[in-house]
Design a protein around this ligand. Structure first.
Ligand SMILES: Nc1ncnc2c1ncn2[C@@H]1O[C@H](COP(=O)(O)OP(=O)(O)OP(=O)(O)O)[C@@H](O)[C@H]1O
Ligand SMILES: [Mg+2]
Length: 325
């Protein structure tokens, strides 16, 4: 396994207490696979990736757990060691490209800098050639000319491609893509996903694809982890998950995907209620207040994540390894 996250718990100090954004989370990413992490806003997806990258804000810390990259715990690495790993072995594309592209530098300078940092022996001419090649690889037309642009001169889709080019320029083994398509319109979204798919094949890398959109998952992923309130509620192969979703939350997410072929005029399904306040989590299952199939026990006790068929599910409906009707 390329990356193995074991019992990760990440907390933030806030004015009124401590928020546990990720709670005892365990999952792995295999060589060459696209693992999708799905969940609503606030479920802890970005915090998980920032914990892996060692990029938590000052008020946050990993309270416990291990993050094993090829068997070595990233949490035990020094800042210098982490810097060498980031970009070289693990790269990340952030949720909002403008926050990670510097507006005052030309696109080519930003990509070249990242290439030269990781290949100090390369000369500038070679780095520029590599930069233009990368821009071409991610489908930017006239890459020699566009390399001269400043980020604001590009469209959102082009900027996202630049981000991907930058993240891939050092040929990482693992790419963490945090909502790489959210800010884009549907056609461009499909193109960017297609691009990630191609890049995975071309560079033989693994991808951790973070999204709140199960539609995106169906197109791109091999395996899916569904998160709710900082915990895994279900995980399975993408085919198994779509054929037989088990957790009521997964079912709710699936029912909320708009479908082009659906001709009914009914409003789109929405999971009722809201994610609980992380400072006031319910005593039992965190999803109990919103669940159509809530039972007495769900309000009293927290379910464990357990194997049910070829899924892992955290729900009392599957207490005996199969669904209670
Ligand atoms: N810097 C921070 N300080 C305090 N709380 C934080 C901080 N960053 C994240 N959190 C809390 O951690 C929880 C998870 O946030 P996270 O950003 O991981 O959600 P997400 O799943 O990425 O959501 P989205 O889909 O909106 O990007 C939220 O409750 C959030 O309020
Ligand atoms: Mg996020």
């Amino acid at each position: 396994m390329l990356l193995e996250v074991k019992n990760l718990t990440t907390e933030f100090k806030v004015k009124n207490g401590t928020v546990r954004a990720v709670n005892n989370l365990s999952f792995g990413v295999n060589e060459g696979e696209i693992l999708a992490i799905v969940g609503e806003s606030g479920s802890g997806k970005s915090v998980t990736s920032l914990s892996i990258m060692g990029l938590l804000s000052d008020n946050g810390k990993v309270a416990s757990g291990e993050i094993l990259y090829r068997g070595e715990d990233l949490l035990k690495k020094s800042e210098d060691e982490m810097r060498a790993i980031k970009g070289d072995k693990i790269s990340m594309i952030f949720q909002e490209p403008m926050t990670s592209l510097n507006p005052v530098y030309r696109v080519k300078d930003q990509i070249m800098e990242s290439i030269l940092t990781h290949n100090p022996k390369m000369d500038k001419k070679e780095a520029l050639k590599h930069t233009v090649d990368m821009l071409r690889t991610v489908g930017i037309p006239s890459p020699e000319e566009r390399a001269e642009d400043y980020p604001h001169q590009m469209s959102g889709g082009m900027r996202q491609r630049v981000m991907i080019a930058m993240a891939l320029s050092c040929q990482p083994d693992l790419l963490i893509a945090d909502e790489p398509t959210t800010a884009l319109d549907v056609t461009i979204q499909a193109q960017i996903l297609e691009l990630l798919y191609e890049m995975r094949e071309k560079f033989k890398m693994s991808v951790m694809l973070i999204t709140h959109d199960l539609g995106v998952v169906a197109e791109a992923a091999d395996r899916v982890v569904v998160m709710y309130c900082g915990e895994i509620v279900e995980s399975a192969d993408v085919k198994a998950l779509f054929e037989k979703p088990m957790h009521p939350y997964t079912l709710g997410l699936l029912k909320s995907i708009p479908r082009l072929e659906d001709e009914s005029t009914d409003p789109l399904y929405m999971i009722r209620g809201m994610v609980p306040n992380p400072l006031h989590m319910p005593q039992g299952c965190p999803f109990s207040d919103r669940c159509d199939r809530c039972m007495d026990i769900c309000r009293k006790k927290k379910p464990e994540l357990r194997p049910v068929g070829d899924h892992l599910v955290r729900c009392f409906l599957y207490e005996n390894g199969e669904e209670t009707k």
